[in-house]
Design a protein around this ligand. Structure first.
Ligand code: FAD
Length: 518
């Protein structure tokens, strides 16, 4: 008999934690979620992708609530990037190849967004405790069996479970129970961010876009959070950041050095309230853990990995990992697929998505600015120090798809990518005025090493589109059997909450057609 208090304990109530908890509770299991803060609480990561809103939020059952919460609609991104100083934009609608007609995303105040997701966990039966700090992971009989946490009265409580999900974000050390955190040298950046009121917006229809503008020392994001409130973040190199004496002065100086952003902020003033009034600084945010699961403990979201804020991938990766982790846990608890196999499936899919973003973002940085600017020169694939960062690159090379991840060594991995930025620019950026395209253009663009840009982009957008399709099918009460055929041995179950062996899916498909397989 199972004597554990819970089937799953989730550490952290951010989007990753609440997503995993809700999907496990939806499958009927007992979940305890422990969050050290009282929500709503501040968090960075305000620009979201359609996969989160149209996909995950829909599967969670909160899409309507999120869409009616008054967040700013985001239909794409606008960039001043590369040598050409002309702004260019892409639209999400185009990126889904017309499969999902209204593929919009949102710009959100994370305090409110995360609160909605956490309340939804409660509604779905998760036991949520706020204001409780997890202090320790308990190891018993060669597995992680539970946690010790400090409750609101200061008392230390022990809770045990079959599985532990660490969704505690970037700043805790629980990930060490599972593996080692390896940092990227390519994305070795520092972010300084604050808030303004009363700034201008890009002209329609781009007023809700994230606007990212490169300048000599890095790039700046401009996120229109509400009609009044704008999030402004400066991303610079670690070496540049080391030379800063006065952070407020430096922040102002960077904005002044970037005419496109400066112009939008001319009528604006810095916020002065407690939440948005202070400047915040973050560094060392691009990393990857050597393992994502070990001894019944699973890492998701920032606890596992993060790359770089330029393409708003953080919340997508954490909620996507929450869904994958929940499917693996639910299937392991149900006992239909071997436990180890379930978690390998989780890690493979998660790393593949992380690898896709890594490849995409590296190519994106490669075309940043002129070679003469230090920040951009240091981020040319050709020059990258990541070549000597064996551990980090191996984590990508072992798992990434589309032919470019199969190099045997890190040196080869980066050699393969030389000149990749230029091809990427030709294919993607030059096309982007009409939208990042997942369609096959008339003329095929192939990198000299044989990397086909269409395949590369399809790989990059596949999961983003697929998540939205899954949500659409679930909404219409249709089965996952209607998802495009996949070569994966393990596929998504009919209730979208488990994994199934491929044979099982085929059987149910054929049953539907009245043709029972042997
Ligand atoms: P978190 O959101 O960090 O949640 C973790 C939770 O765990 C917190 O609520 C915390 O209080 C709780 N916790 C921590 N320790 C404990 C403990 N011991 N016990 C109990 N609870 C605990 N992503 C985007 O999608 N879009 C963006 O525009 C974007 N911009 C970014 C800009 C910068 C500069 C950076 C660094 C990141 C950005 N991100 C962005 C990434 C995004 O912030 C994260 O990827 C995302 O918040 C991860 O969600 P999570 O649930 O994994 O962790």
């Amino acid at each position: 008999m199972n004597t554990d208090d819970y089937d799953v304990i989730v550490i952290g109530g951010g989007p990753g934690g609440s997503t995993a908890a809700t999907f496990v509770a939806k499958a009927g299991y007992r979940v305890l979620l422990l969050e050290k803060e009282y929500f709503p609480r501040y968090q960075i990561g305000e620009s979201l992708l359609p996969a989160t809103i149209q996909g995950i939020c829909s599967l969670l059952g909160v899409k309507e609530e999120i869409e009616s919460a008054g967040f700013t609609p985001k239909r794409g991104g606008t960039f001043v990037w590369g040598k050409n100083r002309e702004p260019w934009s892409f639209r999400f609608e185009k990126a889904t190849n017309g499969v999902i007609p209204k593929a919009g995303a949102l710009q959100v105040e994370r305090s409110r967004f995360d609160d909605i997701l956490l309340k939804n966990s409660r509604k779905n039966g998760v036991e949520v405790k706020e204001g409780v700090l997890v202090k320790e992971i308990i190891e018993e009989n060669s597995r992680y069996a539970g946690v010790k946490y400090k409750d609101n009265s200061g008392e230390t409580i022990t809770a045990t479970s079959r599985y532990i999900v660490d969704a505690s974000g970037a700043k805790t050390n629980f990930h060490r129970c599972v593996g080692e955190r390896v940092y990227s040298k390519f994305f070795n950046n520092v972010a300084i961010f604050g808030y303004f009121k009363g700034g201008k917006r890009l002209p329609a229809p781009h007023e809700g876009d994230t606007f990212s503008a490169a300048f000599e020392q890095g790039w700046i994001w401009h996120i229109p959070l509400t009609e009044e409130l704008t999030s402004i973040g400066v991303v610079v190199d670690k070496e540049t950041a080391k030379q800063i004496d006065d952070i407020d002065c430096a922040y102002e100086g960077f904005i002044n050095a970037c005419p496109a952003i400066k112009e939008l902020l001319e009528p604006a003033q810095r916020m002065t309230d407690e939440t948005y009034g202070k400047l915040r600084v973050l560094k060392d945010f691009s990393y990857n853990n050597t393992r994502f699961f070990h001894k019944d403990m699973i890492l998701i979201g920032d606890a596992a990995c993060f790359i770089d804020p330029v393409f708003s991938s953080g919340v997508h990766l954490s909620t996507y990992a929450g869904l994958l982790a929940a499917r693996s846990i639910n299937t392991a608890l149900k006992g239909t697929i071997d436990k180890e196999r379930c978690f390998i499936e989780f890690e493979l899919r998660y790393r593949k998505e992380f690898g896709n973003f890594y490849n995409f973002l590296m190519a994106f940085y490669d075309v940043g600015q002129g070679q003469e600017d230090y920040f951009w020169a240091a981020r040319k694939i050709l020059n990258t120090e990541e070549k000597s960062n064996e551990a980090f690159a191996r984590l990508i090379t072992g798992f990434s798809t589309e032919g470019i991840g199969k190099a045997a060594s890190t040196e080869e991995y980066f050699t393969l990518r030389e000149g990749f930025g230029a091809v990427f620019k030709e294919h993607i950026i030059n096309e982007a005025k009409s939208g990042i395209s997942a369609q096959t253009p008339n003329q095929k663009t192939v990198h000299s090493t044989g990397i086909d840009m269409d395949q590369f982009m399809k790989g990059f957008t596949q999961e983003i589109v697929d998540l939205q399709l899954q949500a659409k099918l679930q909404q219409l009460g249709l089965s996952s059997d209607l998802l495009p055929a996949s070569s994966a041995a393990i596929t998504v179950s009919g209730d979208f909450l488990h994994w199934e062996n491929r044979g099982v899916t085929n059987k149910s498909k054929d049953k539907k057609n009245g043709r029972e397989l042997a």
